[in-house]
Design a binder for this molecule. Structure first.
Ligand SMILES: NC(=O)c1ccc[n+]([C@@H]2O[C@H](COP(=O)([O-])OP(=O)(O)OC[C@H]3O[C@@H](n4cnc5c(N)ncnc54)[C@H](OP(=O)(O)O)[C@@H]3O)[C@@H](O)[C@H]2O)c1
Length: 336
């Protein structure tokens, strides 16, 4: 069988589960014998079976019919099988016990709990292991997971809506809709991708935002993070059906570093200018998404930035731009 074709097939299918596996990576596995595919398996939801286990359990249904012994079969998976016993058992041990003699792995798992240990278990048990096939695609597919483990910190994106004259809101402590309904729907899709959504005390109190992903498909809703030293009403929308971490400190590096050992791989910051500028000044933002409307707020509006070329001076480069109704959406990335 053509390994490239099989790998592309499982990478593509694994992607279908990205909203329900997060903050875990998406993983796909396929089991084949000579020119026949025996089974496929995917990591479909957080806390559920890993892809290899699902593929092996599926293959077991054909035991004695399509094959007599697992040693006749080859297992191909996008990510290195895990070595640690977490919510499920160690996949590498399970593969050895099943009796496989050959395995093809797309990319090494960057999680320090694994990072080659799964491969070692396989090799120590005389399984023939081939490593490295479309690693770039697998890393791209699991961008936040790889970033977190390679850099030991979550990927941080700031999302803002700006008027044409660069303002965030009116100076009246009231919620201001700047962008179109289509842009706000687009924001729902962005929220669906992130592991956590962070805001500040003023946005919480002034806007009473829900900040969940209101989409028409299954999604693991993001953890919420609130930074405030002042009192707030626990009945506000932000707290409904959500797990919320509240920080009374203002040291952003300390707050972000507290997620080093957690499963959170990505954080979306949705706040007003004070917190957004504090994040940008710390230099800890990887991506900036700006929706700009044709509307102007004028003199009563609060500026997002003090300088005209703030985004570029923080080191961001324009990655993409598109129109959403009459709004413009721009994505800026900072090279590390
Ligand atoms: N256009 C948009 O995209 C958009 C998005 C969100 C919000 N907004 C608007 O923004 C307004 C609020 O903006 P804002 O700039 O006044 O407030 P903000 O950025 O939403 O929140 C600032 C608050 O965050 C807390 N904080 C904790 N650590 C901080 C740090 N290191 N630096 C700065 N703040 C820190 C403090 O809360 P405590 O004072 O409670 O301790 C601070 O007052 C809202 O009224 C909302 O309408 C606009």
């Amino acid at each position: 069988m053509n390994y490239e074709d099989l790998m592309l097939r499982v990478i593509k299918k694994a992607g279908q589960f990205k909203y329900t596996t997060k903050p875990n990576p998406v993983v796909g596995a396929i089991i084949f014998k000579e020119n026949e595919v025996i089974s496929e398996g995917y990591h479909e939801m957080y806390g559920g079976n890993h892809a290899e286990i699902n593929a092996i359990e599926e293959a077991q249904k054909h035991h004695g019919k399509k094959f007599q012994d697992f040693s006749e079969l080859t297992l191909l998976c996008t990510l290195e099988p895990c070595s640690h016993v977490g919510k499920t058992g160690s996949c590498a041990e399970f593969i050895v016990q099943a009796g496989f003699k050959k395995i093809i792995i797309g990319a090494i798992d960057p999680n320090p709990k694994v990072l080659g240990r799964g491969i070692k278990i396989l090799k120590d048990n005389k399984v023939d292991v081939e490593i490295g096939l479309y690693e770039d695609l697998i890393e791209k597919q699991n961008k936040f997971f790889f970033y977190k483990h390679k850099n030991n910190k979550p990927y941080i994106t700031v999302k803002i809506a700006s008027s044409l004259d660069g303002k965030s809101h009116y100076n009246n402590n009231k919620k201001t809709f700047i962008t179109s309904e289509s842009s706000r729907n687009d924001v729902q899709l962005i929220r669906a991708k992130y592991d956590a959504i962070l805001t500040g005390g003023n946005t919480l109190r002034n806007d009473n935002p829900k900040m969940n992903a209101r989409v028409n498909f299954s999604v693991n809703q993001a953890k919420k993070i609130l930074l405030t030293q002042k009192p707030f009403d626990k009945n506000l929308n932000f707290f409904k059906n959500a797990s919320v971490d509240i920080f009374k400190i203002t040291n952003l590096n300390k707050i972000i570093n507290s997620y080093q050992k957690s499963e959170i791989c990505s954080i979306l910051v949705e706040s007003g200018p004070k917190l957004v500028n504090a994040f940008l000044n710390e230099g800890i933002v990887n991506e900036l998404i700006i929706y700009t409307s044709e509307k102007e707020l004028g003199k009563k509006g609060i500026n997002w930035f003090d300088k005209d070329n703030a985004v570029e001076s923080y080191g961001f480069k324009l990655e993409s731009t598109c129109k959403i109704d009459t709004d413009t959406k721009e994505i800026f990335i900072k090279d590390e």
